[in-house]
Design a protein. Structure first.
Length: 243
C-alpha cells in the first residue's frame, strides 16, 4: 500500500477524491494527514481530532465489479480489519458499534466514513476514511470517547499503528468478495455491540424505545426486536443506539 503523508489538510477523504479527479491514482493508495481541520463522520457529523496526536487517513479501493447491493460488505470488512489490528495491539473489550464505529470498553475510539462512486448498479471505487484516537487524552463534552493511550496508559507511535491497520485493510480488501458475505456477516455479528442485550434507541424526533439488537441485514439495516417479538429494520438515519 502506497502511503502519502501530509502535514495538514481539510479532510483526507476530500483530498483523496480531488486527487482522483486530477490524475490516475493507484488502487490502495493511502492519504495520511497529521492534522485535519474539517474531518467528517457519519450523517454529516464533524470528526474532531487534535493535531499530531491521532490518525486521520483515507484509502482508495478500486473495484472491477462490486454490485451496489453488497455495499455493506465493504463496511464490515473495513470494520473487522481495524478490529483485528487493534486486537494485535492488545486493546481490551473491543466491539463494533453499528454501523461503523469501533469501541473499547463501551467508548468510541474509531470512526469510519466510506464514500462510494457508482456506475449504474456497480461500485467502481470507494474512499475509505478512518479516524482513530491514538494519543489524545482530553475530549471536551464527549464522555463516551476514548483513545489508545487513555486505555493502555502509554503513548503509541502513529506510523506503527497506521502500518498495522493498513496491512489488515489490504488483506481484507484484496480478498473482498460477495461469495464471502455470509462468513463476514457472522464475524461482524460476533463482535456487534449490544447484540441480544436490552438497549435503548432514539428516533430523530427524540422518542425512545427499548429493544434487542438481533443483527444486521444484508443491506446494512439494524434489526431490532421490540415488543411482541416483532423485529423491525432501521437505516442509519432512522434510529440511534443510546449507550
Amino acid at each position: 500500500m502506497e502511503i502519502i503523508k501530509l502535514n495538514a489538510t481539510n479532510s483526507t477523504n476530500t483530498y483523496l477524491k480531488n486527487l482522483v479527479k486530477e490524475k490516475e491514482v493507484k488502487d490502495l493508495t493511502c492519504i495520511w494527514s497529521l492534522s485535519q481541520d474539517q474531518g467528517r463522520g457519519q450523517q454529516g457529523a464533524k470528526w474532531i481530532s487534535d493535531p499530531y496526536k491521532n490518525l486521520t487517513f483515507s484509502v482508495l479501493k478500486v473495484f472491477n465489479q462490486l454490485p451496489s447491493e453488497y455495499h455493506f460488505l465493504l463496511n464490515m470488512e473495513v470494520s473487522l480489519a481495524i478490529f483485528r489490528a487493534l486486537k494485535k495491539l492488545y486493546i481490551p473489550d473491543l466491539a463494533v458499534k453499528w454501523a461503523n464505529d469501533i469501541l473499547s470498553d463501551k467508548k468510541k475510539i474509531c470512526g469510519i466514513l466510506i464514500e462510494n462512486t457508482l456506475n449504474k448498479e456497480q461500485i467502481t471505487a470507494s474512499v475509505i476514511g478512518i479516524g482513530l484516537n491514538v494519543n489524545q487524552l482530553f475530549f471536551k463534552d464527549l464522555p463516551n470517547v476514548s483513545s489508545l493511550q487513555k486505555i493502555m496508559g502509554h503513548p503509541f507511535d502513529l506510523e506503527e499503528v497506521l502500518l498495522l491497520i493498513c496491512h489488515e485493510l489490504e488483506v481484507a480488501l484484496i480478498s473482498l468478495s460477495p461469495t464471502r458475505f455470509d462468513t463476514v456477516l457472522d464475524q461482524y455479528h460476533a463482535h456487534l455491540f449490544r447484540k441480544d442485550k436490552p438497549s435503548t434507541f432514539e428516533y430523530p424526533n427524540g422518542k425512545r424505545f427499548m429493544g434487542y439488537i438481533k443483527g444486521v441485514s444484508h443491506n446494512g439495516q439494524l434489526q431490532v426486536e421490540q415488543e411482541d417479538a416483532v423485529v423491525s429494520s432501521f437505516s442509519l438515519k432512522e434510529v440511534k443506539l443510546l449507550y
